[in-house]
Design a protein around this ligand. Structure first.
Ligand SMILES: [Fe+2]
Length: 392
């Protein structure tokens, strides 16, 4: 079967050399020159073949499904036809003109068989940081960010790893926030609008719009999905105070887990009630402060102290929960974990809003102007932008 495609997607994969192929009753076993093995179920492999009758040559999506695959489909033969491809001969046709032969790139078999869609050798594991390590996290030059793809990719990678990056020295203009973040993905709107301005207001609907100190928190803890990313771009900052603060809540959680597993478990179990306070919206959610993915890995810290609702339950249990959240909050605001720095006009903080807690020191409303612009985005916009940047 013919195809102009090499793989059923838009990605490029590092080449792999195959040492051996073994055909099993249910599928194919591939052994590579680094001794790794991949296994491919016949019916699934046939669906993902790039044949022009079974994969759309423009969208690259499959045109067939499990419903089109005979129950007894098997592999009659498999051979390496050159260093980069494997030819598979099938027992049954699945379309009228099916030649029963499909070609697979060894690089695609290796990558998707072992790791899924992203190049596994890239260093993207979370690396937690405490305050003393914050300065090791790279910041990005604003001029580079706008015109340099390597710099853009480095920025995405830094957010994935460390949860935060600061872009310094962007041009100072109101439209800059949207211009910069749109390079990554689609902005998520909220009850504060698509873009919100953090300024002192005489009639505030959030503590953010006062000059009060804000201890570290994430935004929109009351929502079903806490926005995965937050961007804060400084346009003016002439106040006496109003320093930005950041804490890696994953580092705090790691510390608590090591020091007191009982408290860690309590913060991972107790469904804390969060509710926003507004005349025009009433978002509520009951979820733990520490949330984990389906592999048991910490994936989200949900915490906005002033949006908590009263605790419920038996008195001694509530006392334990109260003490546990106090312990966490105290640590998150200690100098061991929290950094404090001034955002200058043109600087932008890009944060994983489910991991990095942010805040600010207090300032007097009449001590000078302070104007930050902000917006939200989902985490998967970040990952999508990163994967696309990897294709070149
Ligand atoms: Fe905030």
């Amino acid at each position: 079967m013919t195809s102009s495609l090499l793989t059923p997607d838009f990605n490029s994969y590092p080449s792999r050399k195959v040492e051996n192929l073994t055909v099993h009753l249910l599928g194919l076993e591939v052994t590579y020159d680094d001794n790794q093995k991949t296994f491919h179920l016949s019916s699934d492999l046939r669906i993902h073949a790039v044949d022009d009758e079974t994969t759309h040559q423009i969208t690259r999506e499959p045109l067939i499904s499990p419903l089109d695959i005979p129950d007894d489909l098997s592999i009659k033969d498999a051979k390496i036809i050159n260093d980069g491809t494997v030819s598979v001969t099938w027992s049954h046709p699945v379309t009228v003109n099916d030649s029963c032969v499909s070609i697979f790139q060894t690089s695609w078999l290796y990558q998707t068989g072992l790791y899924g869609g992203i190049h596994h050798e890239n260093d993207l594991e979370n690396e937690t940081w405490e305050a003393k390590e914050f300065n090791n996290i790279i910041s990005i030059d604003g001029n580079d960010y706008l015109g340099n793809n390597e710099s853009f990719k480095k920025m995405l990678q830094t957010i994935i790893k460390f949860g935060v990056v600061v872009i310094k020295g962007l041009p100072v203009k109101e439209s800059m926030l949207e211009e910069v973040v749109s390079k990554i993905g689609t902005i998520r709107s909220s009850n504060f609008g698509k873009i919100f301005d953090v300024k002192f207001k005489n009639d505030p609907d959030s503590n953010a719009y006062t000059g009060e100190e804000l201890l570290v928190h994430n935004d929109l803890s009351t929502r079903e999905y806490v926005p995965g990313l937050q961007f804060l771009y400084c346009i003016e900052n002439e106040t006496n105070g109003g320093l930005s603060t950041l804490t890696d809540a994953f580092a705090v959680a790691k510390y608590i887990k090591k020091k007191n597993i009982g408290i860690y478990n309590l913060l991972s179990e107790y469904p804390m009630s969060f509710a926003n306070k507004s005349a025009s919206s009433d978002y509520r959610i009951d979820l733990p402060i520490f949330n984990h993915d389906n592999k048991g890995k910490l994936s989200e810290v949900r915490w906005t102290c002033w949006l908590r609702s009263p605790l419920r339950g038996e008195l001694s249990y509530m006392k334990k929960v109260h003490d546990a959240q106090k312990y966490f909050y105290k640590l998150a605001n200690e100098s061991r974990f929290k950094v404090e720095f001034k955002l200058n006009p043109g600087d932008m903080m890009c944060m994983d809003n489910r991991r990095i807690l942010h805040g600010r020191t207090s300032f007097l409303g009449n001590s000078g102007s302070r104007w930050l612009r902000g917006c939200y985005m989902e985490r998967d916009e970040l990952w999508s932008a990163y994967r696309v940047s990897e294709r070149s």
